[in-house]
Design a protein around this ligand. Structure first.
Ligand code: HEM
Length: 299
């Protein structure tokens, strides 16, 4: 729990720097109290990740020649791949640690936020919730076994629900790019060398692309509907060469958690409409008033 508080505060401090332009120059930032706080938290985070990496590394060295590590490549998790690459290519420990840290930070708050928004959407839309429940019940029945990779591929309606949640609540609401050559549109020219911010939130709620944009409608993600839209009209994981590298894992993690909850509990919430849910500004969007939901056991 304490680690989650670290992440939260780290992202808050990063956001403070982004929005206060006078904190952008390094020499000003280093003099600020925020910078000292960020340094302290980063050190604690580093210790947390270091412990995981050390443990995994010793497991890797002990089992390097076992079938699991040498042949069954598909069964390796991300950190095992990183460790193997670092051993084969002689990476410095610090490089390995930084890679692992990036993944932990990039993957924690974002996932938590999407799962929470998805639960609110299910609570607000009982008929959609019933449909998700039926899909999950068809897969698991009354069994309380854990979710497998095959199960995840069968959760097609839940996937549409998550995609629609990410449309209305893209947890990374904006991304930035430096323009490396003049870009001419029908009305404007973005000059080479300038920096631009792309608002994913604005794009995802644009009435020219989405009819009744504030209506929660997972059917927008039926294959025949998707094929009618420009591929870049929906960018929860951004696009191009620097898009999110964790998007497949993200979808798997969210499906695993939501399916486990919905199989056991009926969700409700007092939120009545999408427009009621305000964002609190930050690197990762969150609901300003929190994610109040009620869970009622299905047993
Ligand atoms: C639903 C959850 C997630 C969402 C919505 C999301 C979204 C994004 C977005 C919009 C970007 C920005 C890319 C850009 O600047 O164009 C990004 C970058 C990134 N994401 Fe995610 N992400 C999620 C989960 C994850 C997870 C679980 C991981 C890792 C396990 C991850 C790892 C990364 C990394 C490493 C980058 C930087 C990529 C680069 O700069 O090349 N993300 N993500």
């Amino acid at each position: 729990k304490q680690v989650l508080i670290f992440f939260f505060r780290v992202l808050e401090l990063v956001f403070v720097r982004i929005i206060h332009y006078w904190l952008h120059p390094n020499f000003v930032w280093r003099l600020s109290n925020y910078s000292k706080q960020l340094k302290q938290l980063s050190n604690q985070l580093q210790i947390f990740v270091q412990n995981i990496v050390t443990e995994k590394k010793s497991q890797y060295r002990d089992h390097k020649n076992d079938l699991f590590f040498s042949e069954a490549k598909t069964r390796k998790c991300f950190i095992d791949h990183l460790i193997q690459m670092s051993e084969d290519d002689n990476w410095h420990d610090q490089e390995l640690l930084e890679e692992a840290q990036t993944m932990v930070v990039a993957g924690s708050e974002s996932l938590g936020s999407v799962k929470s928004f998805t639960l609110i959407m299910l609570g607000m839309h009982p008929l959609i919730q019933d449909k998700v429940y039926e899909e999950i019940y068809d897969i698991f029945g009354n069994s309380d076994r854990t979710v497998t990779a095959d199960d995840l591929t069968e959760m097609t309606y839940l996937e549409m629900v998550i995609k629609e949640t990410l449309r209305l609540f893209p947890v990374t609401p904006v991304v930035g790019r430096r323009v490396n050559q003049n870009i001419v549109t029908d009305r404007y020219t973005l000059p080479e060398g300038s920096e631009c911010i792309i608002s994913i939130l604005y794009l995802h709620r644009h009435p020219k692309i989405w009819t009744k944009p504030l209506e929660f409608n997972p059917n927008r993600f039926l294959p025949e509907e998707v094929s009618k839209r420009h591929p870049y009209s929906y960018l929860p994981f951004s696009g191009g060469p620097r898009n999110c590298i964790g998007f497949k894992y993200a979808m798997m993690a969210i499906k695993t958690v939501i399916s486990t909850i919905i199989l056991r509990y009926r969700i409700s919430t007092d939120f009545k409409s999408v427009s009621e849910i305000e964002f609190s500004p930050g690197v990762v969007s969150k609901a300003k008033k929190g994610y109040l939901i009620k869970l009622k056991s299905r047993c």
